[in-house]
Structures are given as structure tokens and as C-alpha cells.
Design a protein around this ligand. Sequence first.
Ligand code: VAH
Length: 319
Amino acid sequence: RVLITGGLGQLGVGLAQLLRKQYGTDNVILSDIKKPPVEVFNSGPFVYADVLDYKNLRELVVNNRITWLVHYSALLSAVGEANVALARKINITGLHNVLDLALENCLRLFVPSTIGAFGPSSPRDPAPDLCVQRPRTIYGVSKVHGELMGEYLHHKYGLDFRCLRYPGIISANTQPGGGTTDYAVQIFHDALSSGHFECYLRADTRLPMMHISDCHRATVEFMQAPDCQLSLRTYNIAAMSFTPEEVAEEIRKHLPNLRVTYNPDFVRQTIADSWPMRFDDSNAQRDWGWKPAYGLAELVIDMLESIREQRTKAGLPVS
Ligand code: VAH
């Protein structure tokens, strides 16, 4: 059975849907510290779980015979900078609770890392799997700590720790939650509603990005990969890299009147400028056959279609 923490964020519900297709609805348990929307509550097992409450988590793992744990609870980039103390608690103390549980119960543990685990002194174009990592956000620092702790426990005690560094994830039906790559989701909503988008990053800010369904598929394929194939425990995964101007140009092929104004926000621009511009994911391609399905053109078509459908269902006008 799989337990997903932080299940009501951008990624949990979609990952649960994919895992439930393969392993059965009752074998995938979503959890979070928030009340789930009714459609999520009705789509399969949901439980309240606070990653800071070790005793509660332990009962969940033992009583539900959990064998895999996907740890999505975390405060992400800009949100974390606005609340460093909470980010350190959730991202580090919460992680240690999950690491201890995984060790004690021999779980297969997936913990996501991120383009944010690199910093201004890392190679940026591209960033390889193994290089200097001196991130300048509490989010990045906590994710590097997660990579290091997971790999230490793997080599010392055999913990089945698996970690993918995600690019910015682009989704139509769930909200991103970090604040730095989120512009690349909002631009689609604004293009279809007002036709005008104000971007908080400079037009030339290049960042690695990925369609959410590629993210879910990569995560499941990686979790299913035979251990003997993995030469690393932490892998970059890539799909595309684009700038705000490039994604705006691609959207204009469908919505020619899209107007974008650039009003860089100091905090988020500084974060973005410290992150990789492109990812080298050749190890993931070689070791466990990673191959993305969505490039920029396919992403734009899918996002516009999905949001048009959403807006029509909600009785909202579509430009
Ligand atoms: C953020 N969307 O902007 C998240 C994610 C890699 C980016 O962590 O912080």
C-alpha cells in the first residue's frame, strides 16, 4: 500500500489517480493536514496526517500496512522564504520523521527534490546530477539535506530511498504552490480570461519545466524501476526549458492577442536567477529509460484545451 503525504498540493491527487489505476483504489492512501474537496474525498482513501506528528504517522503506516511512502509535504521556494521557521520544521523535521519511519518499516521512500536544490555557484546550463549545490533558499537547502540524508541512510542501512529533482511543474487542474515557476501556469489562465498577463519574472528568464502528467509518469516509472538498475538514488528529470517570452510566443500561435507585461519581483527573480536554466537528465534516460511525452508545443495545446474546458464547465467566458 502507498501513503502520499502533502497529498492536497499540486501533485498528490494526480499521482494517486495514476497509482490507483495500477494498484487499485484502496491501495493508495492520500493524506494531508487540510480538509479534502468532496470529489477527492469520494475518489479513494483519504486520511488526516501531520508529518510533524510522528506517533500519528507511525500508526498510519503500521495499521494500513504501508510499503511505499511518497513524501510531498513541503513549503516550496518563495512561500518558504516568507516563513523560514515553518519551512525548516516541515521540510527538515517532517522529513526526518518520514526517514525514521521508512527505516523502521522497510518502506520504499520517494522524496522529491527540485531545480531549487542548485544555487548560483552550480553549473546552470545544463546542471548535471552531480555538482556543487549551494542553494540560496530554505527550500533548496532543505531539499539538498533530504538528498544527502536519504543517500546516507541508503548506503549505511539499505534504506530504499528514491529521489527525483523535479522541474517547474505545469498543471491545469491543480494550483502550483511555490511561487517561482508558478507564472508558467497563471499565464494560461490569464490568456484565456483577460488576454493580458503580468509576469513577475524578466522575459528572458529560462527555467526547466515539465507537464504534470510527465511528472506523475516519471515518478511511477522510477518507483517501479528495479533497484539494480539505479546507479544513483537522486536523479534530475527534464522535459523542456523555456522563458516567459517563449511560452507567450507559443500561446500566441493559438491566441494572437495575448499581451504580456513584465514587472519583475525582486525575491522571485533572484530565486529564478540562482536556479539551473536546463537540466542534464542523461543518467535517468540511461538507467531507467526516462523519456518525456510533452514538449512546449504539446504543453500549450493541452493547457489551453484543459482550461477552456474548465471555464466552459464553470460558465465563464473564454477569450
Ligand atoms: C516553486 N513550483 O516555484 C515550485 C517548484 C521547482 C519549482 O518548487 O517553488
